[in-house]
Write a protein that binds this ligand. Sequence first.
Ligand code: ADP
Ligand code: MG
Length: 438
Amino acid sequence: MPAEITFAADVGTGLVAAHQVCKTYATGEAAGRLVLDHIDFTLKEGEIVAILGKSGSGKSTFLRILAGLTEPSEGFASYRGRRIDDPVNGVAMVFQSFALFPWLTVLGNVELGLEAQGVPLDERHRRAIAAIDLIGLDGFESAYPKELSGGMRQRVGFARALVVNPDVLLLDEPFSQLDVLTAETLRGDVEDLWRDRRVPTKGIILVSHNIEDAVFLADRIIVFGSDPGCIRADIPVPLPRPRDQTNPIFRSLVDQVYALLTTVPGTEAKRRAEPIGLGYRIPDASIQQLTGLLEALSQPPYEGRADLPKLAESEHLSTDDLMVMVETLQLLGFAQAGGGDIEVLPAGRTFAAADLQHRKQIFNDHMRRAVPLAAHIRRVLDERPGHSAPEGRFLAELEDYLSEKEARQVFETVINWGRYAELFAYDIDSGVLSLENP
Ligand SMILES: Nc1ncnc2c1ncn2[C@@H]1O[C@H](COP(=O)(O)OP(=O)(O)O)[C@@H](O)[C@H]1O
Ligand SMILES: [Mg+2]
């Protein structure tokens, strides 16, 4: 469909919108993998919308589709009533990693966005300096990226997006690689720019897995479900700005979103009650994290039960890390989450109370039962004549379901768990798996 065709009738007054958007990525399987499933979404003028969801739920893919950087497999995205087929001029994006050109100064990096639009040199200079000023980097125009802290580099990322005076700003986890204080400062500065209308931007979408960031910044929070990505909840945040994180409504919204992110909805629960498949994206929790959390949870003040937001705070865990651990503990049958709480199950209590050898045994049992890949690796090793196999064959099998990068990550997690549980041995140099005690 040509870009000139407008959809004003169906599309309404949204800034950017998605209309029954689906996205399938190619995998080893013929059908490919469905990553976004019929997403309908509208960003209204004057709105900040936050999108929260597990890693891999398709949030980045969704933003890229709205920016015109990725094409949907079905459905379409629109910008001010026009179908998006190419990158859109009024839409700018800020990414998680700072992606600056090391050989260009701050000024050079910021001007880059304007060069692409054919803005003359003088005006480029003027506007870049104004954007650098706006985001609090005044005086650093001639610095190189390597001379800047992570927080300052991300400010350059923002300046580069803001210099084009974007109508819509798409932020893909812009604070997630910054330390907590730096992230909070930058988040506050972005909110100031927005509240004081110092930027002409009419709408922002913020992808995050930090619930506090979402409740702090957004007028509306969308919760993505995963496998395939879909919209599970759309929660308004009716709080005046600037927001007070200690306000009881603020806290109860955080709890509500926590509960949504850690409980599995009806249809997903039904599907998950069936055994998970080989291609299940095992959360990459480390053994130390898991044992540490189970130990803490089994002792006072928790005694086996905790409120998740409180737990994150008192154990100094980021939401992301806690989510990964909660999912793993549930997967392994050590704990159960619901309503924003976590409860340790009897197996988890036994594990926490056991000595190292017994812990390994319990972990071994649970892992074999809950993680098909672990059971599969063990079966192959049991059956092979030399009781060993190269990692490549397992990675190739995983790539039928997962991208190469994900396959590697899932494999490494299972290797770490399996070595701990003495389910199998793994030689890092040769990449060969074997049975320790065949
Ligand atoms: N270019 C790509 N090719 C194949 N698979 C991809 C590609 N980009 C993302 N994926 C896969 O799609 C899923 C969703 O990815 P992504 O949109 O990055 O999720 P999120 O941002 O929520 O973590 C992941 O499983 C990811 O591995
Ligand atoms: Mg992402």
